[in-house]
Design a protein around this ligand. Sequence first.
Ligand SMILES: [Zn+2]
Ligand SMILES: [Zn+2]
Length: 207
Amino acid sequence: MLAIYVAYDSSLDAFERGCVHEAMRKFVNEFPQRKVVMYGTRSWSTGKFSNADWYIDNAKKLHNGLQVDAWSVINLLIVEPWQKGNPHIDIMLTARDLGREDLNYCFGMTAGRYTVQSVFRYRHLSVDDRRRAIEAVIWHELGHVFMCAGNPHRTHIVHDSYGKHCTNPGCVMQRVRDLPDLVRIARGVRREMYCPQCLADIARSYD
Ligand SMILES: [Zn+2]
Ligand SMILES: [Zn+2]
């Protein structure tokens, strides 16, 4: 079973870092068989590809440098030398705004077992909503890693827009269009985070 490596750059404040750790603690609570390695801002090696700041600094920038290109971070995670000898799931977070050529901004993006997320857009929310948003997007993008709503057996209760999404109320895999959408979904997420169908998808995915 692939371990989840979690790293964030130094732009996250203490509150945001705490939310990331709490989100992963709750995830492991629900999925105790899954190993999580928290790197945070720490370096796991020296030189290139050795800490989250390196990835975010070296990713392409969009909109006159105001945004970090999400695809570019994902591509760095794909080509990093560490995956070859030690395949793992990567979660990388930044407090810089995240963008894509085809979108004004994005909260997070996942391709395969690589995901990048930004906490930038939640900074003006209330403390509770900010925590809920950070947690919900981590669980949502992890759901994409584990093929939630993307398994071939799911022929209904799926909304296919910017990836496969769930239509079950209370499920963290619902489609998020904008910040009010995210806040609404994050407030309503059930304790198990995912609905029974999405939990079944997770059980069917990576071993
Ligand atoms: Zn999604
Ligand atoms: Zn679901």
